[in-house]
Design a binder for this molecule. Structure first.
Ligand SMILES: [Zn+2]
Length: 335
C-alpha cells in the first residue's frame, strides 16, 4: 500500500487537490442555485437576505390576468356604496398567494370565497395571517395599481387610469414583454408595443410630472412621466416625426390622466434626431416601478409586463377632438 502511494503519490495528491477544488465549486454552486431559485419565488425574502439595510422590493413578476383584474375591480367598484367596501389590491394579493403567482389558476369561486371570509372577519388581516408572501404582493400591487381606482373628474368612484390610445382609434398588440431586441445591443423588450396609425393621439395613463421629454436613441421622440407618489414611471416612445408632442409640453409639466400628450409614430433606433427607423408604426408603452431611488437608471430597474394592464384599461378610453385646426393638435373632451 505504502509502495503504491509512494509510487503514485503525485497522482494521489493531485486527485485530492482536484476533489478539493470540486468540493469548493459545488458548495458555492449550491449557494448560487438556492439564491437563484428563491429569487424567482420569493423576491422579498431574497432581497432581505442580500441587503440587510435596504429593505425594499427588488423584483416583481406581474402575472395578474385580465380576468382577475376585471373580477376584483368589479367587486371593489360594486361594493363601494355598500356596507362593506372591498379593496381590489387586497383581493389580488390573496389570490397571488393562493395561486403562487400563477393566475392561470384563477377561478371566480376562489375570489368569492375570499370576499366572504374578509366580510366575516371584518378585514383582510385575519384571512392573510398565514400567507407568507401576502405583504410582498400587497406592497408590489399597491405600487403598480394604487392610483388606478378612486375619484374621477366627474366625482364618481371608479377607474381613473386610461388606455394610452385615444378613444375611437384602433390598435393591436400581443404579448411581447421580454422578447429580444437587437438594435444597439442585445436586450429584452421591457414594454408592450401598441400598433396603430401614425398620428393617433397618445393619452397619459396616469397623472404625473413629465420627467423626460425629447430624443432618445432607442425610443426616438419619447415622454417619461413619473407618478406624483414617485412609484411609477410611464414610458411612451417612438412618437411621430416632426410633431411628436402636444404644444407646450416640457420636462416638469404636470399632466392629468386622460390628457393627450403626443402622437403615435415610428421614430427611434437612431443617434440622429427626428429619424423614422422603426418599421411598423407603434407606441412603445412601458411601466417601471420604483421602490428606492437606487433602482432608477440602473440595471436594477423593475419594468413590469403591461400587456394585461393595457387589456384591462380598454374599458376607460379618453375621447379627443381636434382643438387646433392649424397645428392639427388634439385635446381631450372635458366633462
Ligand atoms: Zn417596444
Amino acid at each position: 500500500m505504502i509502495k503504491i502511494i509512494k509510487k503514485y503519490h503525485k497522482t494521489f495528491f493531485f486527485s485530492i487537490f482536484i476533489a478539493l477544488i470540486l468540493t469548493i465549486f459545488l458548495i458555492n454552486y449550491s449557494f448560487i442555485s438556492i439564491e437563484t431559485s428563491s429569487s424567482l419565488d420569493t423576491p422579498y425574502i431574497w432581497s432581505e437576505s442580500i441587503s440587510v439595510k435596504k429593505d425594499f422590493i427588488k423584483w416583481i413578476d406581474f402575472n395578474v390576468s385580465v380576468e382577475a383584474l376585471n373580477a376584483t375591480y368589479k367587486l371593489d367598484i360594486d361594493s363601494y356604496e355598500s356596507d362593506f367596501h372591498y379593496n381590489w389590491i387586497e383581493l389580488l394579493s390573496l389570490l397571488a398567494c393562493k395561486y403562487g403567482n400563477n393566475f392561470n389558476k384563477f377561478k371566480q369561486k376562489d375570489l368569492d370565497s375570499f370576499a366572504k371570509q374578509i366580510k366575516q372577519y371584518g378585514s383582510v388581516s385575519e384571512v392573510a395571517k398565514d400567507m407568507k408572501y401576502y405583504n410582498y404582493y400587497y406592497e408590489a400591487y399597491s405600487a403598480i395599481l394604487r392610483e388606478f381606482l378612486g375619484f374621477r373628474d366627474d366625482e364618481t368612484y371608479g377607474l381613473k387610469a386610461f388606455l394610452p390610445i385615444a378613444k375611437n382609434y384602433s390598435f393591436s398588440h400581443y404579448k411581447d414583454f421580454g422578447t429580444s431586441r437587437s438594435y444597439g445591443f442585445s436586450r429584452t423588450h421591457l414594454g408592450n408595443d401598441l400598433l396603430g396609425s401614425i398620428g393617433t393621439p397618445i393619452i397619459a395613463v396616469e397623472s404625473g410630472t413629465v420627467f423626460h421629454l425629447g430624443w432618445n436613441q432607442y425610443g426616438g421622440w419619447r415622454i417619461g412621466i413619473r407618478s406624483f407618489d414617485g412609484q411609477r414611471y410611464y414610458y411612451y416612445a417612438h412618437l411621430r416625426k416632426d410633431h411628436p408632442y402636444v404644444p407646450d409640453l416640457k420636462e416638469g409639466s404636470i399632466v392629468n390622466a386622460g390628457d393627450v400628450i403626443g402622437y403615435l409614430g415610428m421614430t427611434g433606433y437612431s443617434i440622429k434626431e427626428n429619424v423614422n427607423n422603426i418599421n411598423v408604426p407603434h407606441l412603445h408603452f412601458g411601466m417601471q416601478v420604483i421602490f428606492d431611488e437606487s433602482q432608477v437608471d440602473t440595471s436594477k430597474e423593475i419594468w413590469i409586463d403591461v400587456y394585461n394592464i393595457v387589456e384591462f384599461l380598454k374599458k376607460n378610453r379618453s375621447s379627443v377632438y381636434m382643438s387646433n385646426k392649424e397645428t392639427k393638435d388634439y385635446s381631450r373632451v372635458e366633462f
